[in-house]
Design a protein around this ligand. Structure first.
Ligand SMILES: NC(=O)c1ccc[n+]([C@@H]2O[C@H](COP(=O)([O-])OP(=O)(O)OC[C@H]3O[C@@H](n4cnc5c(N)ncnc54)[C@H](OP(=O)(O)O)[C@@H]3O)[C@@H](O)[C@H]2O)c1
Length: 299
């Protein structure tokens, strides 16, 4: 018998990769986008009642980190209240929830990679709203798996990767901070992790519930990541070669504070779920190669 899985946030980087993912034959994913506003409790519960999914994957979120500083109500409505709606809907139809969170729940003052048991202390509105979503889901008491990740990259418009490529193609100044640590994570890798968790859920059960870190390895600086993108994109003919200017966070003012250390320790997800994030350079290469192929086909 096939299992229905409801994927919310059809337009997100991660859901767009889930659309291409190799789901097991007995899983039937149904993708829902903006047509269902997840902030509307009635709509979310009505959808769950009609589809009766065994799993709800929530990739929808308010992700405009800087804008959130001036729009806290909007950020909390999507990242907290809507997550509670999803938890309630899951409770009604007996579904498990896979939800996504962020390294921004940490203040980044630690020097080691963060584990799931480290104390949270979000410094931005976005970080606080995402943390509220994690806690809200736990408070409802439905079975859930929260995947905390770090800087997601993909071939899609909104990703950091595409923003870098656009500037590189236009030969605009490119800079990256050397004093902020991130774990660049491929949306494809995340989609594959979600599929693997969905497939193994009936076997792993309650032992697999809770918060897990899943992010590209090893941790690196924003500068190093942008440099890797620019160099490989030039080699593949996606954009002209260009120098990336090293800078520091203090010279790069942003409305929202970012954790200076966003390194996530991913040993728990490997121990419990048997999945390991790819080295980000391997995943980046695959992503850029795919984009180069698409460009050749389109030309
Ligand atoms: N991007 C990162 O670097 C990063 C890092 C760490 C964690 N995360 C987390 O990972 C998850 C996926 O991120 P992503 O970058 O793939 O997301 P994304 O590309 O920014 O997409 C978010 C999606 O949520 C939808 N959405 C927002 N509010 C909604 C609402 N009220 N009802 C229905 N849909 C709504 C958006 O629709 P519209 O397109 O119509 O606005 C968009 O399609 C999120 O939980 C995010 O917090 C992201």
């Amino acid at each position: 018998m096939s299992r229905t899985i409801l994927v919310l946030g059809k337009g997100s980087q991660v859901a767009r990769e889930l659309l291409n993912a190799a789901w097991p034959w007995d899983i039937k994913p149904i993708y829902v986008g903006r047509e269902i506003d997840i902030e509307n409790q009635e709509l979310v519960i009505g959808l769950a009642r009609s589809l009766r999914p065994s799993l709800i994957v929530n990739t929808a979120a308010y992700t405009a980190v800087d804008k959130a500083e001036n729009e806290p109500d909007a950020a909390f409505a999507t990242n907290f209240e809507a997550v509670v709606n999803i938890g309630k809907a899951a409770g009604i139809c007996g579904a498990t929830v896979i939800h996504m969170s962020t390294d921004y729940v940490f203040d980044g003052t630690g020097s080691a990679p963060y584990t799931e048991t480290d104390a949270v202390n979000p410094q931005s509105v976005y970080g606080r709203s995402k943390r509220a979503g994690e806690s809200g889901l736990a408070a409802i008491g439905v079975p859930h798996v929260v995947l905390r990740t770090s800087t997601i990259f993909s071939q899609f418009e909104r990703s950091l990767l595409q923003r870098v490529l656009v500037r590189q193609r236009l030969q605009h100044d490119l800079a990256g901070v050397t004093d902020r640590v991130i774990c660049p994570t491929s949306a494809t890798d995340l989609a594959n992790a979600i599929v693997a968790i969905a497939a193994a859920l009936p076997r792993v059960g309650a032992a697999g519930h809770g918060i897990f870190h899943f992010a590209g390895q090893p941790a690196t600086s924003v500068f190093e990541f942008i440099t890797a993108v620019v160099e490989r994109a030039a080699q593949l003919g996606l954009a002209p070669a260009q120098r990336v200017r090293p800078t520091v966070a203090a010279e790069w003012p942003a409305a929202a504070p970012r954790p200076s250390n966003g390194a996530l320790d991913c040993t728990k997800v490997e121990r419990v779920w048997g999945i390991r994030p790819q080295p980000w350079r391997v995943a980046l290469d695959a992503c850029l190669q795919r984009m180069a192929k698409q460009t050749t086909v389109a030309a």
